[in-house]
Design a protein. Structure first.
Length: 243
């Protein structure tokens, strides 16, 4: 569902010179599985996800999402994905419900289908209490829930989730993780980034460790355990990335 080949994004800064935010990344994300992108802040996770969602164009290399090329068929890619950015970008004058409805309609959902799906999302993420409240009156955690609901609203084939539990309390985070875990059914592909180890350990079928734009290791948790001789993902990560 997601295949990248030597995908590279270079930024140029007057002071720092050339910055290889994503450096020759080649990964494959399979349907029916959660692919975890694990890295420190600034490792390149968000840039990679923005490339795959066609927000950014690569400097070199290529990628296909749901069979469509990110450069040649960006509109087709957008039809197939739900993308949760680490920056919510919510319009402050809409209510939580209006926001989710708006994105459902943007994706061509019929009104009866949209109503059922909105009710399901608001119940699932415990959002009914602030359903009619304007976005500018919501807490950061509430805004994050609205962002997650709008990402899932059209039940996309590919989910690209950039730190979906950011700003949420532990109980709500666990609920989101459990929901994502269940959402991988029906051959849905989920690309999930985090730097929270317990999330990756609980959720991910496959894990890629990214550092300074490069993929250092890819494998299942058991494969990474076997390769490093360590059991805990925190220890595995530190060993691979380096102290």
């Amino acid at each position: 569902m997601i295949v990248t080949s030597n995908l590279t994004k270079i930024f140029r800064d007057k002071k720092r010179g050339e910055i290889r935010a994503v450096d020759s990344v080649s990964i494959e994300c399979q349907p029916g599985r959660v692919f975890g992108l694990l890295g420190l802040n600034g490792a390149g996770k968000t840039t990679l996800m923005r490339l795959l969602s066609t927000i950014l164009k690569p400097t070199s290399g290529t990628a296909k999402v749901a069979g469509f090329d990110i450069l040649e068929q960006p509109e087709k890619v957008k039809e197939k994905i739900g993308f949760l950015s680490c920056e919510t970008g919510l319009y402050h004058r809409l209510t939580a419900e209006e926001t989710v409805n708006y994105f459902g309609r943007l994706n061509g959902m019929k009104e009866d289908q949209l109503k059922r799906r909105v009710d399901e999302m608001f119940e699932r993420f415990d959002m009914n209490e602030f359903r009619k409240r304007r976005v500018d009156k919501l807490s950061s955690g509430m805004k994050q829930k609205v962002s997650i609901a709008r990402t899932f609203i059209n039940d996309p084939e590919v989910l690209i989730l950039d730190e979906p539990t950011l700003g949420l309390d532990v109980v709500t985070s666990r609920g989101i993780i459990d929901f994502i875990k269940k959402s991988r059914g029906s051959n849905r592909c989920i690309l999930f980034s985090t730097h929270v180890m317990w999330e990756a350990q609980k959720l991910c079928d496959d894990i890629a460790i990214i550092h300074k734009g490069k993929i250092l290791e890819v494998g299942t948790l058991e494969q990474l355990r076997s390769k490093t001789g360590l059991n805990d993902l925190d220890d595995i990560f530190v060993k691979i990335v380096g102290e």
